[in-house]
Design a protein around this ligand. Structure first.
Ligand SMILES: C[S@@+](CC[C@H](N)C(=O)[O-])C[C@H]1O[C@@H](n2cnc3c(N)ncnc32)[C@H](O)[C@@H]1O
Length: 268
């Protein structure tokens, strides 16, 4: 098993490579922490951003698994922090809502993603959107800085989710909130299916049980923790049949067990 540091290094390597590609190219490459495969289709989780005000195609690498800005109750003038900001996709949508008097800060530990996000911000001439290099387990921001925290398909990649959510709590203003989209598992998903799903869609290897995920958030101190949106990810039969018999497949399909992309909200 890989250590937390090894996982982070392979995440950085993989996202460094992905940052050089377009959304369509990323629809056929790996996203996972395993850094193992070249047949993964990212677009399986990604939502259509193209109709969002503030949408910037260069920043959309098809790496998200929800639309957190849509659920984040952003207001003009807000300070928004995006954890794992990638090329800046959610930051630029948030900027459009918070306006000239707001402030948007993207944090990402992959240098190449930060560079790409900064180039995008310069092209857009935004002076109140900044991108910082940093680890979500140790966010390089002061306590209580954010009115709103957003994050899109990132926490599943972070080895210490307790630390990540306690850092999210620390940087949120009292009365502030977060809206985070992520991949979680519901029910008892056999390891082999999890591995096959990772090769198929990525972002599954580090995903944890949904109830455990929500409990980590509550333990960090957040209140009113609510799932705002939940979408089951369909893994094709031919992939599941590598592990299950036809009968088991039918049972599996009837059950609530599966991989979900969820958008979660919580208040400090
Ligand atoms: C699946 S991509 C999502 C990018 C972006 N949120 C989007 O929707 O386009 C995950 C991003 O999280 C970053 N990341 C993963 N683990 C991180 C950590 N511990 N600290 C900071 N960034 C991290 C990766 O470098 C990568 O850019």
């Amino acid at each position: 098993m890989k250590s937390a540091e090894e996982i982070k290094e392979s995440v950085k390597k993989k996202y460094g490579e992905i940052s050089k590609q377009s959304r369509s190219e990323n629809a056929t490459v790996s996203c996972g922490a395993t850094g193992c495969c070249d047949t993964v289709d990212y677009a399986i989780f990604a939502e259509d951003y193209s109709t969002q005000i503030g949408y910037t195609s260069e920043a959309d690498l098809g790496l998200g698994c929800g639309l957190p800005t849509e659920h984040a109750k952003l207001k003009p003038g807000d300070t928004v922090v995006d954890l794992g900001s990638g090329a800046g996709n959610d930051c630029f949508v948030a900027r459009q809502i918070v306006g000239d008097n707001g402030h948007v800060i993207g944090i990402d530990m992959t240098k190449e993603m930060n560079v790409k996000a900064r180039i995008n911000a310069e092209k857009l001439n935004y002076s109140n959107v900044e991108f910082k290099l940093g680890d979500i387990e140790n966010i390089p921001l002061d306590e209580g800085i954010a009115d709103v925290v957003v994050s899109n398909c990132v926490m599943n990649l972070v080895p210490d989710k307790e630390k990540a959510f306690s850092e999210t709590y620390r940087i949120t203003k009292p009365g502030g909130h977060f809206s985070i989209s992520d991949v979680v598992i519901s029910g008892e998903l056999p390891d082999q299916i999890k591995e096959d799903a990772e090769l198929y869609a990525g972002c599954v290897a580090g995903a944890i049980d949904k109830e455990e995920y929500l409990s980590v958030i509550e333990q960090a101190g957040f209140k009113n923790v609510t799932v705002q949106k939940s979408k089951k990810i369909t893994v094709p039969d031919e992939i599941l049949l590598k592990t299950l018999t036809e009968d088991e497949l039918q049972e599996f399909k009837k059950s609530e067990t599966g991989i979900f992309s969820i958008t979660v909200y919580g208040v400090k």
